[in-house]
Design a protein around this ligand. Structure first.
Ligand SMILES: Cc1cc2nc3c(=O)[nH]c(=O)nc-3n(C[C@H](O)[C@H](O)[C@H](O)COP(=O)(O)OP(=O)(O)OC[C@H]3O[C@@H](n4cnc5c(N)ncnc54)[C@H](O)[C@@H]3O)c2cc1C
Length: 473
């Protein structure tokens, strides 16, 4: 891009669409949680989303697996908005175990729930699979009920700056180019579009052996019988392995595997995953779309020809949103580092707790500082563009964690507006009290409204409290 010639655009008058307290850019998991939370706290909220629906990757990217919200002992550590939105989903569109099974190590139960993405490392977790269309509906309903101004089909293209302070954003849509002025902007674009353009430093390094850099266009096959597939895989394991090996020997990619959906007659494929492309490069995005469609046909034909349960499969639809795990990460006031959470560090500005990626590690404390730009004012990040190292990003980018961070960013934004201070200077204790009162699980800390004592490095349950519910579940 840099060596291309440039033109100078004419200066222009841009109409102000509205003035709002909190402007949320991006209506993915983080942006939806942020919008809902800020409105719940009484703010006037506007959300700008480039697609025609809310939910981001979790709906438009066909990522229906809401990862672990229970820890390895079966206690719910991610709640708050995450709990609220899932409770709003019709039960038949949420495939997951009932609470009494959370934490179970029963082999038979784990076998069943492993096929359905709710068992990891021999433990049943609360990691439901949801119907993306229903998540769109429920997300929009919540925002409508709370009076959030939703601007769909709207693309935020630039921050409005006053010196080093973000004062809103310019967006483009079929109605043209317009401005929204805001007291605080929450960048929930996943890619840090607004904080990057505002001049906040960011990074994008990855671990070579991680799937961070891979992007894909997910697709659904209809007309399948997933129960038959699962039964075959389990009861004829040798035959299944032989079929797969023959496939791999003739070029079927190892990530071309069917995943479960809430319905038995639909299978989700989240690959082939492509490497070497950038999610923030338009030519790369175009290339991945085109190549993925070629590869999807090959995968579909192979499954139809070879796999029990797939004889009648047909390409039902492809994801409207490119599946990307990673692009920009904020370089924030704090950076969550692997050695911090493996060592059990509890941050004094903790705004939530994440399940660790495996049972070897303690639960993970997420600091507010990971959402705060170091230099630019008036803006806070939320979601997968948080400040952390690549190893940490591999799980803090997950949907429940993005809900959690969106909720926290909104609590910080509205609290700072109420206090009349920059969002970076917000009173953290007040933010934590807000989150606690909204059902967010936090480690105990001195000086909170609840008067609890922090126990650094201690795993839950001793360190966890929720209103009316001492231990998480
Ligand atoms: C293939 C794949 C598999 C995954 N598997 C899992 C899994 O099993 N479980 C799990 O929990 N998570 C999984 N994830 C991760 C998870 O889906 C994402 O990290 C999460 O959705 C990020 O949420 P977010 O709100 O930060 O960003 P996004 O979901 O990316 O949402 C950002 C939103 O902002 C909008 N936007 C972006 N830029 C602009 C702009 N300039 N103007 C207006 N709108 C804009 C986008 O359209 C989008 O709706 C997976 C991701 C991928 C790609």
């Amino acid at each position: 891009m840099t060596d291309r010639p440039t033109i100078t655009e004419a200066a222009r008058e841009t109409p102000v669409f509205k003035k709002t307290d909190v402007l949320v850019v991006g209506g993915g998991p983080a942006g939806t949680a942020a919008s809902a939370t800020a409105a719940r706290m009484g703010a006037d909220v506007t959300v700008i989303e480039r697609y025609g629906h809310l939910g981001g990757m979790s709906t438009g990217g066909f990522v229906p697996y809401i990862e672990k919200m229970t820890d390895w002992r079966g206690r719910r550590v991610i709640a708050g908005f995450a709990e609220e939105i899932l409770d709003r989903m019709p039960r038949e569109h949420v495939l997951g175990p009932d609470p009494e099974l959370w934490g179970s190590k029963d082999p038979k139960l784990n076998e069943y729930w492993r096929d359905r993405s709710n068992s990891h490392f021999g433990t049943i977790t609360w990691s439901p699979t949801i119907d993306p269309e229903w998540l769109k509906i429920v997300s929009s309903d919540i925002l409508r009920e709370r009076g959030v101004k939703q601007l769909l089909h709207s693309w935020a293209v630039a921050p409005i700056m006053e010196g080093k302070t973000v004062k809103g954003a310019i967006f483009e849509s079929k109605s043209g180019r317009q401005a929204i002025l805001a007291d605080v902007v929450i960048d929930a674009s996943g890619d840090g579009d607004i904080f990057a353009m505002a001049g906040a430093p960011f990074e994008g390094d990855i671990l070579g052996d991680d799937i961070h850099h891979k992007i894909n266009v997910a697709f659904l096959l209809g007309g399948v019988d997933m129960q038959r597939f699962f039964d075959f895989r389990r009861e004829h394991s040798d035959e299944f392995q032989a079929i797969m090996k023959a496939g791999h020997d003739t070029g079927l990619e190892s990530d071309s595997v069917p995943h479960t959906m809430p319905r038995n007659d639909v299978a989700l494929f989240m690959g082939p995953r492509l490497s070497g492309y950038s999610h923030i490069d338009v030519e790369d995005l175009t290339a991945v779309e085109i190549e993925s469609r070629d590869r999807m046909q090959v995968v579909t034909e192979w499954y139809k020809d070879n796999m029990p349960g797939f004889e009648e499969a047909w390409i039902q639809t492809t994801a409207p949103q490119m599946g990307t795990r990673h692009s920009r990460r904020l370089m924030g006031v704090k950076k969550v580092l692997r050695e911090d959470w493996t060592g059990g560090l509890v941050h004094d500005d903790e705004i939530g707790i994440s399940t660790p990626p495996n049972p070897r590690n303690p639960n993970v404390s997420i600091p507010l500082g990971a959402l705060m730009p170091r230099e630019v004012e008036g803006i806070i990040a939320a979601g997968r563009d948080l400040s952390c190292d690549p190893a940490t990003h591999s799980f803090l980018r997950l949907i429940p964690q993005c809900w959690l961070m969106g909720q926290a960013a909104a609590a910080a934004a509205v609290t700072s507006i109420n206090q009349g201070v920059n969002v970076r200077d917000v009173n953290v204790t007040e933010v934590r009290n807000q989150l606690f009162s909204q059902g967010v699980v936090l480690h105990k800390q001195t000086g909170t409204e609840q008067g609890l004592t922090m126990e650094p490095g201690v795993d839950v349950p001793e360190g966890v409290a929720r209103p009316g519910q001492e231990a998480a579940h």
